[in-house]
Design a protein around this ligand. Structure first.
Ligand code: E4P
Length: 218
């Protein structure tokens, strides 16, 4: 499974990229807005910088919700760098846009999918990636990971080659389950990435080893 970082924060992306554990990046308008506010940089500038830091796929989302607007934005975004994937919302018009962008050889990531059927529709439209938002399903007292289990089963049954990005990740258990269900990618916020690395017993173990070694000097 590939690990993407779900962030537009250039410092967070650089930090994890330096550790060699980031295969790609996903952004969305909320994350981009935060980075514009933090750095004063323009959206295009932020996306360009991300695409230089990480060589894998970088998802950047359109802001328009009508056909021509989405196509124009997608073309513009795809010119920022070779590794840009255009994020398109899961709507009827969005699916038409995905079909057209496939014909133009522009990679797409269908975002805001909440059901297995929506994921199938994205695959049938020719999306490169589909992003089911599992944390937001948990937030309304349902089990988001069940959607991933179901999508992976359906995609295997019918041989859809659209890659599944587990999105809206909230905790390490989401990652463990994504691995168990065979998801292609999980896109992970910075704070969850750091939780994946750390374990209190690892820290205690390091401390104890050091203390024991120091005792040998007495
Ligand atoms: C995915 O591509 C989205 O950017 C993201 O995972 C949304 O997560 P949220 O529900 O935490 O906003």
């Amino acid at each position: 499974m590939k690990f993407f970082i779900d962030s537009a924060n250039l410092d967070e992306i650089k930090d994890l990229a330096n550790q060699g554990i980031v295969d790609g990046v996903t952004t969305n308008p909320t994350l981009i807005a935060k980075e514009i506010k933090r750095t004063g940089k323009k959206m295009e500038e932020i996306i360009k910088e991300i695409s230089i830091i990480v060589k894998g796929p970088i998802s950047a989302e359109v802001l328009s919700n009508e056909y021509q607007g989405m196509i124009d934005e997608a073309v513009k975004l795809s010119k920022i760098s070779k590794n840009i994937v255009v994020k398109i919302p899961m709507t009827q018009t969005g699916l038409m846009v995905v079909r057209s962008l496939k014909e133009m050889s522009i990679d797409t990531n269908v975002t805001l999918a909440f059901t297995p059927i929506q994921a199938v529709l994205a695959a049938k439209a020719g999306a490169t990636y589909v992003s089911p938002f599992i944390g937001r399903i948990d937030d309304i007292s349902n089990d988001g990971m069940k959607i991933i289990e179901s999508i992976m089963k359906i995609f295997k049954n019918y041989g859809y080659d659209t890659k599944v990005i587990v999105a809206s990740v909230r905790n390490p258990v989401h990652i463990l389950k994504s691995l168990e269900y065979g998801a292609d990618i999980a896109t992970i916020p910075y704070n969850v990435f750091t939780q994946l690395i750390k374990h209190p017993l690892t820290d205690l173990g390091i401390k104890k080893f050091m203390e024991d070694y120091e005792k040998s000097k007495n």
